[in-house]
Ligand binder design. Structure first.
Ligand code: ZN
Length: 207
C-alpha cells in the first residue's frame, strides 16, 4: 500500500490568509530549563495550511468542528484533474464525468503555483454546482487552493451553497504529484469543541 502526503508543511513564515494569524512554532520550555524535555508552543489560525472548514466558519448557527461526522474525512475519494488555468468549477466541467458512487471528490487545479506565497487569484466553485454534486451523493469536496470562493468574496456563496447541500469542505491540499484516480482519503480534524475549522494531516492511500 502506498501513502501520499497531500498536506502543506506547517513552518514559520508559511503563507496564511491575508490578515489572519501567522503560524508560529517555538520551543517554549527547552530541555535546559525543564531538565528533561523540549516542549513546544503553537500559535496558529484554525485555517492554517491544509484544513477543513466547519459550518460555524461562515454561519453563526452552524456546526462546530467537534460536531462533524468523522466518516466524512475517512474513505474512498476520487482525485479529478481540471483544465489548466480554469476560472471557475461548475456543472459544465463535470457533466461528462460519471460520479456515481463517489462520496468525496478532490479537485486538482494546480492553480496555487508558488506555495511560498498566498495566491491572489484562484478558481472558485460555482454555487449551482453544490446541488448537482449533492444529487450525485457527494458529501465532501477538497481543493488544492485555500477557498471554494474567490479570495476577495465577502458573501461566500459557494461555502453557503455547499453547506446547504450537506457538502463539507477540505482546503489547501497539495495534489501536484497525485495521478487522478481512486484513493482512500484520511484527513481528520482535531477535536476542537468550539472550532470553526481545523488543520488536518491529509493523506491518500492506494492499494
Ligand atoms: Zn477555510
Amino acid at each position: 500500500m502506498r501513502i501520499f502526503d497531500i498536506s502543506r508543511k506547517l513552518v514559520n513564515g508559511m503563507p496564511v490568509w491575508p490578515g489572519d494569524t501567522a503560524f508560529q512554532y517555538e520551543v517554549s520550555w527547552p530541555m535546559e530549563e525543564s531538565g528533561s524535555v523540549n516542549v513546544g508552543r503553537l500559535e496558529l489560525s484554525t485555517h492554517t495550511g491544509t484544513h477543513v472548514d466547519a459550518p460555524f466558519h461562515f454561519d453563526n448557527d452552524g456546526k462546530r468542528i467537534y460536531e462533524l461526522d468523522l466518516n466524512l474525512y475517512i474513505g474512498a475519494a476520487r482525485v479529478m484533474d481540471l483544465p489548466p488555468d480554469i476560472e471557475s468549477i461548475g456543472i459544465k466541467e463535470l457533466k461528462d464525468i460519471d460520479l456515481d458512487g463517489v462520496t468525496r471528490v478532490l479537485f486538482r487545479t494546480l492553480a496555487w503555483k508558488n506555495g511560498t506565497v498566498f495566491p491572489e487569484k484562484i478558481p472558485h466553485i460555482e454555487p449551482d454546482l453544490a446541488p448537482y454534486l449533492a444529487k450525485k451523493g457527494i458529501r465532501l469536496i477538497g481543493l488544492d487552493v485555500p477557498s471554494v470562493d474567490p479570495i476577495d468574496s465577502k458573501e461566500l456563496p459557494a461555502h453557503h451553497s455547499l453547506n446547504e447541500n450537506g457538502i463539507h469542505i477540505l482546503e489547501s491540499l497539495i495534489l501536484d504529484e497525485i495521478t487522478p484516480g481512486e484513493y482512500e482519503l484520511i484527513a481528520l480534524p482535531l477535536p476542537l469543541v468550539e472550532g470553526d475549522g481545523s488543520p488536518v494531516r491529509a493523506i491518500l492511500r492506494q492499494w
